[in-house]
Design a protein around this ligand. Structure first.
Ligand code: NAD
Ligand code: DAU
Length: 360
């Protein structure tokens, strides 16, 4: 693995992964980051890397669904391994407009697989970064295993499931050296503030309403993003070809508990008399249609085969995350562009966007 293509490297997990690969692993090759720069892609997250690693990092703006542009990347950059993260990733957006999810997550993945198939002699690995949402929803008990039947419930989850099936089929039919990981909810630096944790951090910081869907009883299994990156490195380099590995934090929390914890941290780290106790900002809003009740991952296989375990506790990881958002107001200002404000107004009502009415 000398010329690694990372797709979606300007997104949340991709940006953390590229930093991790260049700064914290023995990897000595080049990373080629291909990103279309959708609303979720922010080149600022990696702005220092081109200068710090001029021979080991390159960025190409392209759509993974564009056959000619991606063929040029594979051949022009001598790609011999792929770590595929590029996707439309927000469940709520997939409910409003599913078409783009099928286009990027299914058709885009198919395009990469076709290019990889045509070059499979020189490709040592095609890794697909996927989600636990492909397994559907759990009740009060049980955990998702690699053998759990797929049962995706949202258009986002269905599109990721479709991509997983294609990746697996290309391994089975054409002998492409594929691996897949299905990971639980990530949180940490550089996450776009449409997702629960950064949305709540920024709204709470500014004294804006904290929109909790339903009664906040849904459960997610949280994993600090650096732990996900370390798991990806282990699977990329030591995972068995043809296998799927689940990745999870063994850290189930109800949404309301997560939001209350964020309120407590901000009251402590950024107290403001004008706002007072942030808990009072919690506002129960209409539930997400088809909202999956609970996710929980069994990652025994990854632990047993590759010795991976999460290093960060939820308490310390959440504190680090809150501190990161407090210390990076310029990054936050940049990502809350006009497109972001339009999404917030549409999803949560006019006046909910930063700069509008509704602040305390
Ligand atoms: P993100 O939305 O933050 O980033 C996605 C990136 O992909 C963006 O930089 C965007 O510009 C890029 N992109 C979108 N469409 C593209 C296209 N057609 N061509 C090229 N680039 C394109 O997503 P994320 O949270 O970083 O998730 C990354 C991957 O990990 C996704 O595949 C997602 O399904 C998976 N995943 C995410 C989580 C999570 O909790 N965030 C958990 C498990 C798995
Ligand atoms: O499980 C992995 C998945 O986690 C990834 O595949 C997805 O890309 C990622 O977006 C995430 O999906 P979720 O739907 O679980 O994440 P989100 O942050 O959107 O929501 C987390 C929970 O919080 C969920 O139960 C819905 C709830 N929620 C979310 C938002 C945005 C709220 O209550 N209010 C909100 O405003």
């Amino acid at each position: 693995m000398e010329h690694l293509l990372v797709t979606g490297g300007c997104g949340f997990i991709g940006a953390n992964l590229i930093r991790f690969l260049l700064e914290r692993t023995p990897f000595e090759g080049r990373v080629v980051n291909v990103d279309k720069l959708t609303y979720a892609g922010n080149p600022e997250s990696l702005a220092d890397l081109a200068e710090r690693f001029p021979r080991r990092y390159a960025f190409v703006q392209a759509d993974i669904g564009d056959p000619a542009a991606m063929a040029e990347v594979f051949d022009g950059q001598g790609i011999d391994a792929v770590c595929h993260l590029a996707a439309e990733s927000h469940v709520d957006r997939s409910i409003v407009a599913p078409g783009g999810f099928v286009q990027t997550n299914v058709v885009g993945t198919l395009n990469l697989l076709e290019l990889a198939r045509a070059r499979r002699g020189r490709l040592v690995r095609f890794h697909h970064v996927s989600t636990d949402e492909v397994y559907g929803s759990l009740g009060e008990t049980g955990r998702f295993m690699e053998t759990t039947p797929y049962g995706p419930n949202s258009p986002y989850a269905a599109s990721k499931a479709g991509a997983d099936h294609l990746v697996r089929a290309y391994g089975h039919t054409y002998g492409l050296p594929v691996t897949i990981t299905n990971c639980s909810n990530n949180y940490g630096p550089y996450q776009f503030p449409e997702k629960l944790i950064p949305l709540m951090i920024l709204n709470a910081l500014e004294g804006r309403p904290l929109p909790v869907y339903g009664r906040g009883a849904n459960v997610r299994d949280w994993l600090f993003v650096e732990d996900h990156c370390r798991a990806l490195w282990e699977v990329l380099t030591r995972g068995r070809v043809g296998e799927t590995y689940n990745i999870g934090g063994d850290c189930e929390r109800r949404n309301l508990e997560v939001v209350e914890r964020i309120c407590g941290l901000l009251d402590e780290m950024a107290p403001e008399a004008r706002i007072g106790e942030r808990r009072r900002l919690i506002t129960f809003v209409v539930d997400r249609p088809g909202h999956d009740y609970r996710y929980a991952i069994d990652c025994t296989k990854l632990q047993r085969e590759l010795g991976w375990r999460p290093a960060e506790s939820f308490e310390s990881g959440l504190r680090r995350t809150v501190r990161w958002y407090l210390e990076h107001p310029a990054w936050v200002a940049r990502v809350r562009s006009g497109a972001y404000r339009e999404w917030v107004a549409r999803q949560y009502g006019a006046g909910a966007a930063p700069g509008g009415e509704g602040a305390a």
